[in-house]
Design a protein around this ligand. Structure first.
Ligand code: FES
Length: 115
């Protein structure tokens, strides 16, 4: 499933944004991180319990904008890999979503076969 999410200018650097995608009457929550000019996308589901990660709307980064932080038990994840490096799911990973930039738009390719 390939979908245009938004313009690259819609997410501050550093910053993050949540999206909900509908496909075959199912809703998929994903989020995008913009950091140091690069974009990263993940399924919005903490590997600890499966809840969404954000603190507030579109707030996925810790205070220093160094890690993705889960709001429920404060697990920290590397932005570039989704690897959990602190918290109850240390060693597990967020599920990455392929993302690319085409004509200043963020395009994701969500492989729904594994969801
Ligand atoms: S639900 Fe994310 S760390 Fe527990």
């Amino acid at each position: 499933m390939t979908t245009a999410l938004c313009s690259i200018s819609d997410i501050q650097d550093p910053g993050s944004k949540a999206f909900q995608l509908a496909h075959n009457s199912k809703i998929f929550d994903i989020f995008v991180i913009h950091k140091d000019g690069e974009f990263y996308a993940f399924i919005n589901s903490c590997p600890h319990t499966g809840v969404n990660l954000e603190w507030l709307d579109d707030q996925f980064l810790d205070r220093d904008h160094t890690f993705i932080q889960c709001a429920t038990h404060n697990a920290l994840f590397e932005i570039d890999t989704g690897q959990c490096i602190h918290g109850p799911c240390t060693g597990e990973k967020l599920t990455p979503v392929k993302i690319e930039i085409i004509d200043n738009s963020l395009i994701i390719n969500l492989d729904i076969s594994f969801l």
